[in-house]
Design a protein around this ligand. Structure first.
Ligand code: 4NP
Length: 173
């Protein structure tokens, strides 16, 4: 995690409620999977009343759809039911969420041009910043044109990163 992200996490740790938005291109593979992974972690820890978790896409190709069936199958094998309906990210999301988490550099660039204020820009932190360095990925690769390994890799990276995100934003005892 970058120094700047550590400072942001420290600030959010003190808050009663936290809202996070995961963002990818289509909002049918990576970001709804991140939403499902994060929700499971938060539920398991009995923290669901503290957290608002959502996802959105920079594109608008799949609005209203359930996640891609391949992602739903791979997620289900890990005990996760993905029921999100695709929506496009919008300017108001920068008011409604504390953290906006893009999956790759393209998503990040699109979010940066949408951010209405300097404070909004500060809320953007790439998912890969939370993923352990040992996994050797500095972005979450788009699985859409990949085989099963692509979906498994995304879930591995997200499970690793979301655990770290949860720890970083949980109050220190
Ligand atoms: P996602 O994957 O950004 O992880 O949801 C994609 C889904 C759909 C498309 C591209 C990426 N698409 O081009 O339709």
């Amino acid at each position: 995690m970058k120094e700047k992200t550590m400072r942001l996490a420290e600030r959010l740790r003190g808050k009663d409620k936290i809202a996070v938005l995961f963002v990818c291109l289509g909002n049918i593979c990576r970001s709804p999977a991140a939403e499902g992974v994060m929700r499971a972690i938060v539920d398991e820890a009995g923290q669901s009343s503290r957290w608002t978790i959502d996802s959105a896409g920079t594109g608008r190709y799949h609005i209203g759809q359930l996640p891609d069936h391949r992602m739903r199958i791979h997620a289900r094998r890990r005990g996760l039911e993905l029921t999100h309906r695709c929506r496009q990210v919008c300017e108001a999301d920068f008011d409604d969420f504390d953290l906006i988490i893009p999956m790759d550099a393209d998503n990040e660039a699109n979010l940066r041009s949408l951010a209405p204020t300097p404070e909004a820009l500060e809320k953007i932190v790439p998912m890969a910043e939370f993923v352990d360095m040992s996994m050797r990925y500095d972005y979450i690769p788009d699985p859409y044109y990949e085989g099963a390994e692509g979906f498994e890799l995304v879930l591995d990276l997200l499970q690793n990163g979301c655990h770290r995100l949860f720890e970083q934003l949980s109050p220190r005892i």
